[in-house]
Design a protein around this ligand. Structure first.
Ligand code: MG
Length: 380
């Protein structure tokens, strides 16, 4: 039985991780979780899974829950998140938190030798060099949970890195893929949150609509698979059936396919290198689908993808700025403070305002992250 520690249990990936655990009660045991402010959902998870350790965001919520569940250990805040990340009984940490807040706990978990199923792409974007160096030094596996990276990881099983010609990340195109830039000037938050294929959290759904999600995934792929940016391409594929592909030197392309369901890559990360049945799976029926569509990515239409390649290629602290500016701008859009296209304007301003620092330490990254958010807020 695998003992699991789960950061971000009440989010979209978190709840789908719980679905996987629920479906295989003899294979997995949930030992520790972190939740944000959704205390009602935390109560339900505690009732069903009886984890031993729970971290919440606020001190007040921590005390409330302590009184209700005196036999369970509670902790809170950033320190609490680290306690979940390094929980000693856990065999594997699922990092499903949102944003660069996941970086420090991830580094701590790596130092403790934990295998990590990583859904928290911002951590790799903001400090990929630190995470990968630490993973190598501690001989720790980072198992991708993002569907594209899981697809590439599956396509690479038994293959040699030196034989890779390029990675092809597929992109659904998000909520506005069929609209021109003119037509998205005045879209509402509600329209932006209406993703055609995937059911996901608010931030990543907005990132999909701006195409920043794919940009972050390009950087994530660069770090996870140690592939230069010129060998990572993005292809528009609106059905989200091919989750990504690898092309090899001999011109063979290996793809991984399936109906869009995040529980598949989550489960693969938890069972790797084995697989388990998925009893509730909605299986792919290609005969019924009939056709799949592909289209070249329009980098002028989706400027955020372009910014991500620039930031990734430049390296140093520029990806940190890209990520922090995006987190701040998306939060402002979700709060109704800016219009949709202003997200990319704010990111562009933050990038051009920054002087890149090469080989940044954790402290430098945290400082640049904070300064970038401050800069974006000053423009609102
Ligand atoms: Mg993805």
């Amino acid at each position: 039985m695998k003992i699991i520690s789960l950061m971000g249990a009440t989010g979209s990936i978190g709840t789908q991780t719980l679905d996987v655990i629920r479906e295989h009660p003899t294979e997995f045991k949930l030992a520790a979780i972190s939740v944000g402010k959704n205390i009602d959902m935390a109560r339900k998870i505690i009732g069903e899974f009886q984890p031993e350790l729970i971290s919440v965001q606020d001190y007040h919520d921590c005390n409330t829950l302590k009184a209700e569940f005196p036999h369970i250990k509670f902790t809170y805040g950033n320190e609490g998140l680290i306690e979940i990340a390094v929980y000693e009984k856990a065999d594997i940490l699922v990092n499903a938190v949102l944003g660069s807040v996941g970086l420090h706990p991830t580094l701590q978990a790596i130092e403790c030798g934990k295998t990590i199923a990583i859904a928290n792409k911002e951590t790799l974007v903001t400090a990929g060099h630190l995470v990968m160096d630490a993973a190598k030094r501690n001989n720790v596996s980072l198992l991708p949970v993002d569907s594209e990276h899981s697809a590439i990881f599956q396509a690479l099983q038994g293959e040699k890195e030196k034989n890779i010609e390029r990675l092809i990340l597929t992109a659904s195109g998000g909520s506005f893929r069929d609209r021109s830039r003119k037509e998205i000037e005045n879209v509402t938050v509600q329209e932006a949150l209406n993703h055609p294929n995937w059911s996901m959290g608010a931030k990543i759904t907005i990132d999909s609509a701006t195409m920043m999600n794919k940009g972050l995934e390009v950087i994530e792929a660069h770090w996870l698979f140690q592939i230069p940016y010129e060998k990572i391409d993005v292809l528009l594929h609106k059905e989200s059936i091919i989750h990504s592909m690898v092309e090899f030197h001999d011109s063979s392309i290996i793809a991984q396919l399936g109906t869009p369901d995040m529980r598949v890559p989550i489960q693969y990360a938890l069972t790797y290198p084995d697989r388990l049945p998925r009893l509730s799976a909605n299986r792919l029926d290609l005969a019924q689908i009939g056709k799949l569509h592909f289209q070249e990515m329009d980098i002028e239409r989706f400027r955020c993808l372009h910014f991500a390649y620039i930031a990734g290629n430049e390296g140093g602290t520029l990806p940190t700025v890209l990520n922090a500016a995006n987190e701040a701008a998306v939060a402002a859009f979700l709060e109704g403070k800016i219009r949709f296209l202003q997200i990319e304007d704010l990111i562009e301003k933050a990038l051009s305002n920054h002087q890149t620092i090469a080989h940044p330490s954790l402290a430098v990254i945290q400082e640049v992250d904070k300064e970038t958010r401050k800069f974006v807020h000053s423009l609102l």
